[in-house]
Design a protein around this ligand. Structure first.
Ligand code: S3P
Length: 168
């Protein structure tokens, strides 16, 4: 099976869907942010405040380049990963299918309301950032899945039925 990578805005449910996919269908799930945290020994938030966003983006690129060499994984990408063409190229060159988890902004906003772990929430107009990014998620993905009213498990089932079943 070729790998699949889940993209979408912070709080859209990428990690939940990836985790449901791995439990239900026995696939390996890797969260790129967790991978970066384990490798660097610090949280993403600490990395941003100590070394800045550019440093994080470099680590993110290195993580994606390493992880996409394995073909049977489900990758949950950070929300900004596909804003950088080098990451998209690395994933597509490795045969990954890019899936956009398309969750309504109102739902995302509620989920992020009391979040203190995501550095970009401190310094950005989150709705503006969402609006800027939305067309990019839409245009770079291979498949877009509406995820506002579905549970992580239901979305995992849709992904399995539409993509993975054919690829395994
Ligand atoms: C980011 C999203 C975060 C994390 C970092 C930057 C972004 O991941 O990679 O804080 O640019 O949207 P999640 O989408 O998992 O929150």
């Amino acid at each position: 099976m070729k790998g699949i990578a889940l993209c979408g805005f912070m709080g859209c449910g990428k990690t939940t869907v990836a985790s449901a996919l791995s439990k239900k269908y026995d696939l390996t799930h890797i969260d790129t942010d967790k991978f970066i945290e384990e490798k660097s020994g610090m949280t993403i938030s600490q990395m941003f405040s100590r070394y800045g966003e550019e440093h994080f983006r470099q680590k993110e690129f290195e993580a994606i380049s390493t992880l996409c060499q394995k073909s049977d994984h489900v990758l949950a990408l950070g929300g900004g990963a596909v804003m950088f063409s080098r990451n998209i190229e690395a994933l597509k060159d490795s045969g990954y299918t890019l899936i956009f988890i398309d969750t309504d902004f109102d739902v995302i906003k509620k989920r992020l309301q009391s979040d203190i772990t995501r550095p970009l929430l401190k310094s950005n107009d989150i709705e503006k950032l969402y609006q800027t990014r939305y067309p990019i998620y839409k245009s770079v993905c291979d498949i877009s899945i509406s995820a506002t009213n579905e549970t992580g498990e239901q979305i995992a089932d849709i992904i399995y039925e539409t993509i993975l079943k054919k690829a395994i």
